[in-house]
Write a protein of this length. Structure first.
Length: 559
């Protein structure tokens, strides 16, 4: 496709059965490959350890596990990762749906989580190939672009090289490697909920475009329904699906000098249909003090969108190519007074998606980093447009060989996948330590199971953070300390717990704190002598070789 040729519509795209077979087999291979670390962790664990089913970002996954556990018995749930009593107001469609799958099938959560991984990968990659076919009529170009979207990563491998040469084992700027949003392979590996949300985002955009091409607003209604479902899972992603089409409609108005009636009506419909979850999330975080503080504590993660220099490290060569391609397209458009954009609205949408999507990653919120999710699509599409339109033709002047051109394309994919190769390999090293947070001692798991079966439903349980993050997801009870955002006043509670487990006698001040939060049970793990908490207020109710559980008997509560 030349820069000035009209781009096809979704209805004009032809994808053969062989192409779909390639996409399915490629996705299947990626899923099998990314399942190996899970199988390794589960099968190689020492007899005394149990793999908990997660290989990255355990704190957040344990949070989702708590929702999953709660949604198996309730349509709405309270925040169980904090000891403060709070009403059952929270709902999340994704984890509610998974909870019903687990409840209906009887599958344990690690298996349901794998179902989510496989579903998300297929959903995102299949719809992504549809977008790729919109811009690349050549089948080889499509496949190379698809491979890059599936496996591409940033320049973090340079930081890894420095780690083992000049920085004495220290990994500089680890977030430039480990931020998952925008990295399809990393999301397939360990962040499937991001990938599932990205599939919904692409679905909204595709339906809006189809509606314009068919001149039928019913597709806008469908787009609104998809956005509605997205909003009940990732409310912040509504910012993406609202902002980008609205700016695109405004740009069409400017360039066409004609009011974009379809886009005005379509976005009005999409916005109204998908508004309820946005209102719910706003009211939940503004009117309920618990969720207001949870939102405020997002800053505790300290994860924000990187500055421009680090952004190029995070996204790597595809972003560099995308910027150059975007500039060349804008210069070409300026020379023709953007007449080519009239013929190729898909190119205009791609540019809007790229620039507006990039701007959204810097919105002044603590969750700005999540705006990168799905942005890898316009980055890869723009970058590969430039690669196939300008780079390969330039190389062809010197080599004049189709085989060399194909080899250069494949080498590009391999080069861009180096950081993900490191991330994949490092999982095995990290998991081979058989330690927190990926594993718990089997005695700890047994203690949590005992609490699930023998403690009151409203019980509050104190433990170390490593164990506490699993308490709501396994026992269904509330944890004193569990999560950097969901545990209210997180740092003070963490300080209290650290001090509590480093004293041999429970002081009156500590006992008052326990009483204030109505802590009912204390888990003493293998690193804490089990007789430390014996006293008039503590009664041992469970013990094993490495774990003891004490029930706190407050004055006036009876034996």
């Amino acid at each position: 496709m030349s820069p000035n040729s009209p781009s096809p519509t979704f209805s004009q795209i032809h994808i053969s059965r062989k192409e779909w077979l390639f996409v399915i087999l490629f996705t299947l291979i990626l899923l099998i490959l990314t399942s190996i670390p899970y199988a390794y962790a589960a099968q190689s664990a020492p007899p005394e350890k149990q793999f908990m089913g997660f290989i990255l970002n355990v704190s957040d996954h344990a949070q989702y596990l708590s929702w999953y556990k709660a949604f198996q018995s309730n349509f709405l749930t309270s925040n169980r990762l904090t000891p403060e009593s709070n009403p059952q107001l929270f709902f999340n469609l994704l984890w509610w749906t998974l909870a019903q799958i687990g409840k209906f099938t009887g599958l344990a959560y690690p298996w349901v989580y794998q179902i989510l991984r496989w579903f998300s990968a297929f959903a995102f990659l299949l719809i992504s190939y549809w977008f790729i076919a919109l811009f690349f009529p050549d089948k080889f170009h499509r496949k190379v672009t698809f491979a890059l979207l599936s496996m591409g990563s940033g320049l973090g491998w340079i930081l890894v090289g420095l780690k083992y040469t000049l920085t004495n084992g220290d990994l500089l700027y680890p977030l430039d490697i480990y931020i998952a949003e925008g990295n399809t392979f990393l999301c397939i590996l360990a962040y499937p909920h991001f990938l599932e949300a990205a599939a919904f985002i692409l679905g909204v955009f595709a339906l809006l475009f189809i509606g314009e091409q068919k001149r039928q607003l019913r597709f806008a209604v469908l787009a609104g329904v998809v956005a509605f479902l997205l909003g009940w899972q990732h409310g912040y992603d509504l910012i993406i699906v609202w902002a980008i089409p609205c700016v695109f409609g405004a740009m069409r108005w400017i360039l066409d000098r004609q009011f974009p009636t379809y886009w005005f009506k379509a976005m009005l419909i999409t916005g109204l249909v998908s508004l309820p979850p946005a209102i719910y999330n706003f009211l939940l975080t503004q009117l309920d003090p618990t969720w207001d503080e949870v939102l405020a504590q997002f800053a505790n993660a300290g994860v924000y969108t990187p500055n421009l220099l680090h952004f190029f490290i995070l996204m790597g060569l595809p972003l560099i190519m995308a910027v150059i391609s975007a500039i060349k397209l804008l210069i070409a458009g300026w020379k023709t007074k953007f007449s080519d954009m009239h013929q190729s609205p898909a190119i205009l949408f791609l540019l809007v998606w790229f620039f507006v999507g990039w701007a959204l990653t810097y919105i002044p919120t603590d969750f700005q980093i999540h705006m990168i999710n799905s942005w890898q699509v316009p980055v890869i599409l723009l970058g590969m447009l430039g690669f196939f339109r300008w780079v390969l033709p330039w190389l062809n002047k010197f080599f004049r060989s189709i085989k060399i051109m194909k080899a250069a394309s494949i080498l590009l994919v391999v080069f861009c996948a180096l950081t993900n190769l490191y991330l994949f390999a490092w999982r095995f090293y990290d998991l081979s330590r058989y330690s927190y947070p990926y594993y718990l001692h089997r005695d700890e798991v047994a203690a949590l199971k005992w609490l699930e079966e023998n403690s009151p439903e409203n019980a509050v349980i104190l433990s170390s953070l490593e164990v506490g993050q699993y308490i709501p997801g396994i026992t269904g009870r509330r944890a004193f300390l569990a999560h950097w955002a969901q545990t209210l006043d997180f740092y003070k509670k963490r300080e209290f717990v650290d001090h509590f487990y480093n004293t041999t006698i429970v002081s009156d001040t500590q006992l008052e704190t326990l009483k204030m939060f109505r802590v009912n049970y204390v888990i003493s793990n293998m690193d804490i002598p089990v007789n430390e908490f014996n006293g008039s207020s503590f009664s041992s109710v469970f013990s094993s070789e490495n774990i003891q559980i004490f029930q706190i008997i407050y004055e006036g509560d009876g034996p």
